[in-house]
Design a protein. Sequence first.
Length: 139
Amino acid sequence: MNNHYFSVCEYGVATQRRGSDSRVHATVEVRIAKGYVTRSAVGVGPVHALDSALRECLKHDFPEVTDIRLSDYRVSVVDPADGTGAKVHVQLRATDGTQTWDAGCVSENIIEASFEALCSAAVLGIMRRRASAPEESVA
Protein backbone atom coordinates (compact mmCIF):
# COMPACT_ATOMS: atom_id res chain seq x y z
CA MET A 1 0.00 0.00 0.00
CA ASN A 2 1.31 3.43 -0.98
CA ASN A 3 -0.06 6.73 0.24
CA HIS A 4 1.11 10.21 1.17
CA TYR A 5 2.26 9.15 4.64
CA PHE A 6 3.90 5.73 4.36
CA SER A 7 4.48 2.79 2.02
CA VAL A 8 4.29 -0.81 3.14
CA CYS A 9 7.38 -2.62 1.88
CA GLU A 10 6.74 -6.02 3.39
CA TYR A 11 4.68 -7.81 5.99
CA GLY A 12 4.31 -11.32 7.27
CA VAL A 13 2.37 -13.21 9.88
CA ALA A 14 2.89 -16.66 11.39
CA THR A 15 0.64 -18.70 13.63
CA GLN A 16 2.07 -21.39 15.88
CA ARG A 17 0.04 -23.82 17.91
CA ARG A 18 1.30 -26.31 20.45
CA GLY A 19 -1.40 -28.19 22.31
CA SER A 20 -3.90 -25.62 23.49
CA ASP A 21 -1.40 -22.73 23.31
CA SER A 22 -1.51 -20.50 20.25
CA ARG A 23 0.86 -17.67 19.33
CA VAL A 24 0.66 -15.26 16.41
CA HIS A 25 3.65 -13.16 15.40
CA ALA A 26 3.67 -10.42 12.73
CA THR A 27 6.41 -8.29 11.20
CA VAL A 28 5.76 -5.13 9.20
CA GLU A 29 8.23 -2.95 7.28
CA VAL A 30 7.21 0.51 6.10
CA ARG A 31 8.97 3.33 4.31
CA ILE A 32 8.42 6.73 5.84
CA ALA A 33 10.00 9.96 4.58
CA LYS A 34 12.92 9.50 6.99
CA GLY A 35 13.67 5.91 5.96
CA TYR A 36 12.59 2.36 6.67
CA VAL A 37 11.03 1.09 9.89
CA THR A 38 10.54 -2.60 10.74
CA ARG A 39 8.67 -3.76 13.82
CA SER A 40 7.31 -7.05 15.10
CA ALA A 41 4.43 -7.77 17.44
CA VAL A 42 2.57 -10.67 18.98
CA GLY A 43 -1.23 -10.79 18.98
CA VAL A 44 -4.18 -12.99 19.83
CA GLY A 45 -4.78 -13.46 16.09
CA PRO A 46 -3.23 -12.41 12.77
CA VAL A 47 -5.20 -9.17 12.44
CA HIS A 48 -4.32 -8.13 16.00
CA ALA A 49 -0.62 -8.92 15.48
CA LEU A 50 -0.47 -7.04 12.15
CA ASP A 51 -2.32 -4.07 13.63
CA SER A 52 0.10 -3.93 16.58
CA ALA A 53 3.20 -4.18 14.36
CA LEU A 54 1.87 -1.48 12.00
CA ARG A 55 1.17 0.86 14.93
CA GLU A 56 4.69 0.28 16.25
CA CYS A 57 6.09 1.26 12.84
CA LEU A 58 4.03 4.44 12.61
CA LYS A 59 3.69 5.80 16.14
CA HIS A 60 6.93 7.81 16.19
CA ASP A 61 6.15 9.78 13.02
CA PHE A 62 2.37 9.64 13.33
CA PRO A 63 1.42 9.65 17.02
CA GLU A 64 -2.24 9.90 15.97
CA VAL A 65 -2.29 6.14 15.40
CA THR A 66 -2.05 5.47 19.14
CA ASP A 67 -5.60 6.84 19.54
CA ILE A 68 -7.14 4.79 16.72
CA ARG A 69 -9.16 1.75 17.80
CA LEU A 70 -10.92 -0.91 15.76
CA SER A 71 -14.59 -0.83 16.75
CA ASP A 72 -16.00 -3.33 14.21
CA TYR A 73 -14.58 -5.94 11.82
CA ARG A 74 -16.66 -7.84 9.26
CA VAL A 75 -15.83 -10.28 6.52
CA SER A 76 -18.20 -11.24 3.72
CA VAL A 77 -17.70 -13.61 0.81
CA VAL A 78 -17.96 -11.86 -2.57
CA ASP A 79 -18.79 -14.98 -4.64
CA PRO A 80 -19.86 -17.96 -2.50
CA ALA A 81 -19.68 -20.31 -5.51
CA ASP A 82 -15.87 -20.10 -5.29
CA GLY A 83 -15.86 -21.66 -1.81
CA THR A 84 -12.65 -21.20 0.15
CA GLY A 85 -11.01 -19.64 -2.93
CA ALA A 86 -13.57 -16.84 -3.06
CA LYS A 87 -12.75 -13.18 -2.78
CA VAL A 88 -13.65 -11.71 0.58
CA HIS A 89 -14.61 -8.17 1.47
CA VAL A 90 -13.15 -7.00 4.76
CA GLN A 91 -14.93 -3.97 6.18
CA LEU A 92 -13.78 -2.38 9.39
CA ARG A 93 -14.86 0.58 11.47
CA ALA A 94 -12.29 2.63 13.35
CA THR A 95 -12.51 5.46 15.85
CA ASP A 96 -10.18 7.87 17.57
CA GLY A 97 -12.73 8.54 20.31
CA THR A 98 -14.07 11.61 18.52
CA GLN A 99 -14.63 10.58 14.91
CA THR A 100 -15.57 7.24 13.36
CA TRP A 101 -14.78 6.04 9.83
CA ASP A 102 -14.94 2.92 7.68
CA ALA A 103 -12.24 1.26 5.59
CA GLY A 104 -12.25 -1.90 3.54
CA CYS A 105 -10.57 -4.07 0.94
CA VAL A 106 -11.42 -7.00 -1.35
CA SER A 107 -8.98 -9.87 -1.98
CA GLU A 108 -8.81 -13.64 -2.31
CA ASN A 109 -6.49 -13.49 0.71
CA ILE A 110 -8.29 -12.62 3.95
CA ILE A 111 -5.03 -11.57 5.66
CA GLU A 112 -4.14 -9.25 2.77
CA ALA A 113 -7.63 -7.72 2.73
CA SER A 114 -7.51 -7.25 6.50
CA PHE A 115 -4.07 -5.64 6.45
CA GLU A 116 -4.96 -3.30 3.57
CA ALA A 117 -8.09 -2.25 5.46
CA LEU A 118 -6.01 -1.61 8.61
CA CYS A 119 -3.58 0.52 6.58
CA SER A 120 -6.46 2.48 5.04
CA ALA A 121 -7.96 3.05 8.48
CA ALA A 122 -4.60 4.34 9.76
CA VAL A 123 -4.24 6.73 6.80
CA LEU A 124 -7.79 8.02 7.24
CA GLY A 125 -7.19 8.49 10.96
CA ILE A 126 -4.00 10.46 10.35
CA MET A 127 -5.69 12.59 7.67
CA ARG A 128 -8.73 13.33 9.83
CA ARG A 129 -6.69 14.25 12.89
CA ARG A 130 -4.35 16.50 10.93
CA ALA A 131 -7.22 18.16 9.06
CA SER A 132 -8.94 19.03 12.34
CA ALA A 133 -5.74 20.25 14.06
CA PRO A 134 -5.42 24.04 14.39
CA GLU A 135 -2.94 25.52 11.96
CA GLU A 136 0.29 26.85 13.41
CA SER A 137 0.65 30.59 13.10
CA VAL A 138 3.73 32.03 11.47
CA ALA A 139 5.37 34.83 13.44
